[in-house]
Design a protein around this ligand. Structure first.
Ligand code: COA
Length: 373
C-alpha cells in the first residue's frame, strides 16, 4: 500500500533587519542623483541615460510591498555600494544559506515534535545557491545531524512547491517517511538594487516544510490531497549570473547577471496560466474551487494575487481567504507562499480544504491542495 504524504509542520526564519520603502527610495534617489552628477557631460551628449527617481507611492500601488527583510542592510542602502556585503566564511563555518535554512528547519522539527534522527532526507529548494557544491542541503543535513540523503534543487520562485511534490513522491514510493524541504532565499544577492524597475521587489528569509507519511505524522497535520507541477519556457524573468561568467571578464558584472524581468508580460501571461492550472487540478481531485477555505499564493504582486484568487474562488477574495505577507516580507521567491501558510493557518478547522500555490521564473507553477485534519 502506498503511504499518504502530509505536511506535519513548517518553520520560518526572519532576518533581524528590515528596509522600509521610505529608506529604500531615499537610498535609490541618492544613488540616482550621484549617477546624474557624475555623468553630467555624457548625459548632455546623449551617451548615458539620466536616472529618474523612484517613489514609495509607485512601489506600494504597483506591488503591495511596503517593507522587506535583508541579511545586510547597511551596504544595500549605501549609494556607493547598493548590494549586500559580508565577510567570507571559512570552510569549517556554516555557510549563510545553510545557517538560515537550519534555523527554519529546527523550528519545523520542534513544531512537529520530531528529532533530526527521525528525518530521512533534506531538500534545499531555492532560487539560487551560494555555491555549486557540496550541496547546501548536505551541509544542512550535517548541521542538523540527519542520517540519510540530501540535495539542492532550483525551480526559482516555485522551488518550495516543487520540493513538496518531490518529498511527497518519496513518501508515496516508500523511499522516505520524513523529508525536510528547506528554502533559504537570500534574494538580496541577486537583486539589482540599482534598477529602478525592480529594486523594491525582493527580501530575504528562510522557510522549512516537513513532509511526512501520515502514519507517523503529529496531530493537526495537513493531508496532501494532490500536487501538480507545470513549466513553460520563458525569458521574461531571467538571471544570467553563474559560474561560467568568469569566462567573459568584460561582461561578468553586466546587469543581466542579476534578476531582470519584463514585469508587465509576466503579470499578463502568468495569471491565466496559474488560474487555469488550479481550476483543472481542483476538478481532477473533485474539489470545488469555490469552497476552498484559503489560498496561500506566491507573494510577488498583490494585483496578480487578487486576480488569481478571484478566478479560483469565483468572487473577490478577502484578506482572510487570500492572505498577503507582501507588505512586510516583499517577494521572497520560493518562500513566499510558505511564509503565508506558516503565518496564517492556525485558525483553520479540521476538514478545511486549502491551497498552497507558487509561480514564477521558468515559467513554473506548483500547486499543493491540502486538508486540515
Ligand atoms: N518608481 C516610480 N516609477 C516607476 C518605478 C519606480 N521604482 N519603476 C517603474 N516606474 C514607472 C515606469 O517608468 C513606468 O512609467 P511610464 O508609464 O512613464 O513609462 C510606470 O512606472 C509603469 O511601469 P511598469 O514597469 O509598467 O509598472 P507595472 O505597473 O507593470 O509594475 C511590477 C511593475 C514589477 C510591480 C509589476 O509588473 C509586477 O509585479 N509584475 C509581476 C512580476 C512578477 O511576478 N515577477 C515574478 C518575480 S519572481
Amino acid at each position: 500500500m502506498t503511504a499518504s504524504p502530509v505536511i506535519s509542520a513548517t518553520g520560518l526564519f526572519t532576518p533581524p533587519e528590515s528596509i522600509s520603502n521610505e529608506e529604500l527610495v531615499e537610498s535609490y534617489n541618492a544613488y540616482a542623483k550621484l549617477h546624474n552628477e557624475r555623468h553630467t557631460d555624457s548625459i548632455a551628449a546623449g551617451e548615458v541615460e539620466a536616472l529618474e527617481e523612484s517613489s514609495t507611492g509607485f512601489i506600494e500601488k504597483a506591488s503591495g510591498i511596503k517593507s522587506r527583510y535583508v541579511m545586510a542592510k547597511e551596504p544595500v542602502l549605501d549609494p556607493e555600494i547598493m548590494a549586500p556585503r559580508w565577510d567570507d566564511r571559512g570552510n569549517d563555518e556554516l555557510s549563510m544559506m545553510a545557517e538560515i535554512g537550519v534555523k527554519a528547519a529546527r523550528q519545523a522539527l520542534e513544531r512537529a515534535g520530531r528529532k533530526p534522527e527521525d528525518v530521512d532526507a533534506v531538500l534545499c529548494a531555492a532560487s539560487n545557491m551560494q555555491r555549486p557544491y557540496p550541496a547546501i542541503a548536505i551541509e544542512i543535513q550535517n548541521a542538523l545531524g540527519i542520517d540519510g540523503f540530501a540535495f539542492d534543487m532550483n525551480v526559482a520562485c516555485s522551488s518550495a512547491t516543487f520540493g513538496i511534490q518531490t518529498a511527497a513522491d518519496y513518501i508515496r514510493s516508500g523511499n522516505a517517511k520524513s523529508v525536510l524541504v528547506v528554502s533559504p532565499e537570500i534574494t538580496s544577492g541577486h537583486l539589482n538594487w540599482r534598477d529602478r524597475d525592480s529594486h523594491f521587489i525582493f527580501g530575504d528569509v528562510a522557510t522549512a516544510v516537513l513532509v511526512e507519511a501520515k502514519d507517523i505524522a503529529p496531530q493537526g497535520h495537513w493531508d496532501i490531497l494532490g500536487t501538480k507541477l507545470k513549466t513553460v519556457f520563458s525569458n521574461n524573468i531571467r538571471n544570467n549570473g553563474g559560474f561560467l561568467n568568469r569566462a567573459h571578464p568584460d561582461t561578468r558584472d553586466a546587469p543581466d547577471k542579476l534578476f531582470v524581468q519584463e514585469g508587465r508580460k509576466v503579470f499578463k501571461e502568468v495569471v491565466p496560466m496559474v488560474s487555469a492550472m488550479i481550476l483543472e487540478e481542483a476538478d481532477k481531485l473533485g474539489i470545488d474551487p469555490h469552497g476552498l477555505r484559503r489560498l496561500w499564493l506566491h507573494q510577488a504582486n498583490a494585483g496578480m494575487n487578487r486576480l488569481i484568487a478571484q478566478r479560483v474562488l469565483g468572487h473577490e477574495a478577502s484578506d482572510d481567504e487570500s492572505p498577503t505577507v507582501l507588505d512586510t516580507y516583499a517577494n521572497t521567491s520560493s518562500a513566499g507562499s510558505i511564509i503565508a501558510f506558516h503565518k496564517h493557518n492556525d485558525d483553520l478547522a479540521a476538514g478545511d480544504t486549502a491551497l498552497i500555490c507558487s509561480f514564477g521564473a521558468g515559467y513554473s507553477v506548483g500547486s499543493v491542495f491540502i486538508r486540515k485534519t
